[in-house]
Design a protein around this ligand. Sequence first.
Ligand code: IPM
Ligand code: MG
Length: 355
Amino acid sequence: MSKKNVAVIPGDGIGPEVIGATLKVLEKVAPNTFEFHEVAMGGNAIDKYGEPLPAESLKICQNAEATLLGAVGGPKWDNQPPEKRPERGLLGVRSGLEVFANIRPAKIFAPLASACPLRKDIAEKGIDFIIVRELTGGIYFGKHEAFKTPEGERAARDVMEYSEHEIRRIAHVAFKMAMGRRKIVTSIDKANILTSSRLWREIVEEVAKEYPEVKLNHLYVDNASMQLIRVPSEFDVIVTENTFGDILSDEASQIIGSIGMIPSASLGEGNRGLYEPIHGSAPDIAGQNKANPIGTILCGAMMLRYSFNMNAEADKIENAVDEVLKAGLRTPDIYTEGTKLITGSQMRDEIISRL
Ligand code: IPM
Ligand code: MG
């Protein structure tokens, strides 16, 4: 039987550590199933090839059934011109793979309840929502421009643009997801100010008519950022544009305890997916064996589920993560008094030993 083709982008900072852990987990849960093709993207690609996303790297990802990505970026490349920053490589992979729907689950793991900074009575109601973030449109992909005003002052603009089909397809992803859950969609926008948000709202309402069982709410993004902290248990599926989703998913990560815990799946029309944790490259702790590999390991589980339909193996990984947390083992980011502090590689091995 031919092996499944997976492109792997370790990236920069802690990226290689958390990816290394994940490949070991995948090999254990499904031996001899995958052929991993490692590719350069991000700061490491800039150093080696002079550009963040060499054409060959993108081609390997496009030919793969799934791409696993660690994280990219770091202070070393902060002064690169915009076109040559590591993050540009990341946006290039997302758009090159046409993965417009970024799914970011935020779920409180029961053993981590004490790491949740919210009041106990709020956390106890349970937190389990999914952010469906539009990933290949909006301001991150609009025109970016630095210019001089007629008076000679420095100015800059970034354009936020959405077309109907971009909103429609992401809305469908959210409603379909809600049908398999608690059937509530919250669409987040800034329709009191932004024209692109008014279009967003209009299209989401049109799509909602095809899902009469799903309850649709709308929230302005500023209000949503409050409600996520005030009543997180009330959210089921959140659908929002690229930038709002970027910001709100970082907020979500703190609500559930750590940004090191959240995986994400980016999907397009078919089964091909891009899987990356929502955290960054954390250069401050890179190479110190402190990084929590769980977010990326859970990406491996999402990949098994969404790209390869290997649900039993995905369950095994998620259960092993649960077991490790129940056993009180913690990397520094999720450590609280009374639990046992371990390194990133110990976390990896503890998860593998429970598979
Ligand atoms: C994320 C990250 C990226 C994004 C950055 C690194 C470009 O913050 O995946 O959330 O904004 O999408
Ligand atoms: Mg982000």
